[in-house]
Each structure stands twice: as C-alpha cells, then as structure tokens.
Design a protein around this ligand. Sequence first.
Ligand SMILES: C[S@@+](CC[C@H](N)C(=O)[O-])C[C@H]1O[C@@H](n2cnc3c(N)ncnc32)[C@H](O)[C@@H]1O
Length: 247
Amino acid sequence: MVRTYRSETWSSYRMDYGDPHRLLEPLEEEAAVVDEALGVLHEAGVVPHTSYDHEKMLAHREAVKELFEIPWTAISPRMQRLLYAINAVVRPQNMIAAGVFCGNTFISNAGAAVGPGACYRASNLIGVEISTEEAERAERNVRRIDPSGVARVVAADAVEVVGKFPESINLLYLDPDGYSRSGKGVYLDVLEAAYPRMPAGSVALAHNSVNGGTPVEACLEFVRDEAHFRASVNVILDIEGLEVSLK
Ligand SMILES: C[S@@+](CC[C@H](N)C(=O)[O-])C[C@H]1O[C@@H](n2cnc3c(N)ncnc32)[C@H](O)[C@@H]1O
C-alpha cells in the first residue's frame, strides 16, 4: 500500500535553518498536524497506534534546545515531533540513523528512549556520520542528554556500519548527503546494506521525500515496491517530507 499524507499548510510552513527552536505555529496546531499524519500511518498499517506522551516530547525538545550545539538544521518543529512520535510508538530496540550531521536528526529519533523524553528502554541507538569533525560534535551533543551511552554517534560510513551490524535493525533513519558517491543517492546504498538485517515489522524513515530530488528517487522507488516493503506513506508536513515504510 502506497499513500500520501499532505498537510494543507505544508508549503507555507517555513523554518529558519539557523533558528530551529523558533515555534512557527501554536503547539496545538503543530500537534494536530502530526496527529493527522500519524492517523494516516495507522490506517496504512505502518504504526500500531497513534498515542505518544506530548509532555515528554516537549521535555525532549527543551533538553535539545538547552544542551545541543546546532549550527543549522532542516528538522522543523513538526518533523521533530513526528520523528519523536514514530519512535515512541514503534519503540525500536535497535535504531540506526545514517548521516546525522550535528546529531539533531538522530536525537529526534533517539529522544523517545533516552533523556527527559524517554518513554521506553532501547538496546542500541546509533547515529552514523562520515565526517569525523561532525561526528565528534554530534557525540558531544548526545552525551549531554544521554550519559548512559545507549545513544551514541560513530564516525564511519553508514553503508559499512549497517552492513556489519550484528543484530536486527528495527528502525533505520536515512539522511546522508553530500560527502561521497552521489549525494543523496547513498540513501539506497545504506538501505540495501541494511535490508537483510531488517526483520518484518521494522520501519525505514527517509528524510527529504519531498525535496530530495532525483538522487532520493531510487530509494523511494525501492520502499514503495511491495516486494520490499508492505506499506509506505509519504508524509508531507513541511517542505522536506518524510517517507515512512513498514517492512
Ligand atoms: C546534510 S546532513 C543532514 C542534515 C539533517 N537533514 C539536518 O537537518 O540536521 C547529511 C550528513 O550526511 C553525512 N554523510 C554523507 N554520506 C554519508 C555516509 N555514507 N555515511 C554517514 N554519513 C554520511 C554528511 O557528512 C552530512 O553531515
């Protein structure tokens, strides 16, 4: 099943990449858009329910605002809430995020299991960043929220990390870009390397499903093919978009 959720305000909802903490709409409106998106994900069978703790999400948001050094990010408040909510609902034991830059995308996923937004216990939450400098900053950021080390960032090529991961990958977040190979074309390389380790019921998230252009297309074709994933929903709540797929 392939579906699209499109918020009425997706194209007028614009963030400042250098000022990611500025709220762009009342919290109730932000939560309502994410609830609509979760409703479509639920109808498509991608998530088992749509409930998450709104107060914990806000506690997570405050901790990131206070503790993270973020030079820029394209993760809007709507997208931050959606990523947190999907992880809070799916509760992946092992989550790998590819191409995490300063760690904001990673903690938007991992924050459902570590720090003040934690609502379950995970085994491994791994952010992978190919730039050593950025990986070090992301790791510094993540340590401030999660002293336990369950969430951690490694400096490596995500294709190699997922290909060698010894356990199941229950949630894979894709966001690598602009370092080697073909820019965002590396999405499919990471997904194909991870695919054999993703059991039935695992979830793939691909950021930039709206504005990723041709390099992301091959990955979107792969997840929208029912031979690979049972259901896939393009969630369009901002100009970046997130493809959410259930294996
Ligand atoms: C543009 S950033 C993602 C930023 C994110 N969307 C945000 O808004 O915060 C993409 C990151 O992917 C990293 N990257 C590119 N290829 C990679 C690979 N093969 N493995 C891991 N990271 C990779 C880049 O170094 C870069 O930091």
